[in-house]
Design a protein around this ligand. Sequence first.
Ligand SMILES: Nc1ncnc2c1ncn2[C@@H]1O[C@H](COP(=O)(O)OP(=O)(O)OP(=O)(O)O)[C@@H](O)[C@H]1O
Ligand SMILES: [Mg+2]
Length: 300
Amino acid sequence: MWWRNDREVEDQTSRPPPGRVIVIGNEKGGAGKSTVAALIATAMMYRGSRVAVIDTDLRQQTLGRFLENRRRWLPAAGVDAPVPLEYKLADDTMALAMGDPAEAVARFEEAIGLAMADADLVVVDTPGSDTPVSRSAHLQASLVVTPMNDSFVDFDVLGQVDPMSLELLRPSLYTRVVQEARRTREAHGRSLDWVVLRNRMAGADVRNRERVTQGLEALADTAGFRIGPWLRDRVAYREMFPFGLTIADLSPGVRPVSISTPRAAAKEELRELLVALRLIPDAAAPANAPVIEVAAREMA
Ligand SMILES: Nc1ncnc2c1ncn2[C@@H]1O[C@H](COP(=O)(O)OP(=O)(O)OP(=O)(O)O)[C@@H](O)[C@H]1O
Ligand SMILES: [Mg+2]
């Protein structure tokens, strides 16, 4: 059964409209969905949002695991930081994944209904494959965020390009899922904003980057997405998973790692992402996590 963890952060500042659902989706595995879901969820708690999360990747449960780590690490380290509400679709999500898909969808619908009532921002992580639960999640989304690696292998699930000219031939698999969700929502007077962002950008790869940029710009109008800012490939985005923390949690006093220049740059990248997603105003300053003194040895 679903359950909720209800250590919550107090509302402090202006919030997005109640029950807003953000789905992080891409049928391509390893694109950075769970990483981006954790980043948005933690960052928005520090901005005063009441955040709920649902991990619909029933097999991997990466976001669920991240939260498990967070719930374990924070009290062990004596750190008082916000924890989002979590709605699990089952105690044994693997069994749910192997069972009747209609049951999994029913569990999801129950969970999202509760999450939307309890939180003002619901972040839904999805698997790197097309599942009935993932489709159902996309129908609930007013915002879909699609991270992708800077590669035509990832591009291929969004659109097919001519191998000789690299001109766009047609939208492909995942694009059709989002378009269908948008059509259904529009039939009921709801909108769907879709933002594609390139993740794990590396310094060297200039020619490939330009080509992918061209491809995305050609596809954006046809497919109906906005192109978001990049996230670079940074250790800062992956190193704190065992603590259940992200760069949004970092402050001078929290020391699983110290705040170095690359980590500060990652924080700024995250702020730009939140602005592009229209979750915070353009002028918003970086949110500082509360300063909590924790000795490095306690984090081991
Ligand atoms: N910007 C980044 N910089 C460095 N490492 C990253 C970045 N984004 C993601 N990663 C790493 O890339 C790997 C895949 O990321 P993640 O698990 O978030 O992808 P996913 O789309 O959720 O994958 P799946 O489809 O399997 O659920 C992980 O090891 C993660 O730590
Ligand atoms: Mg994942």
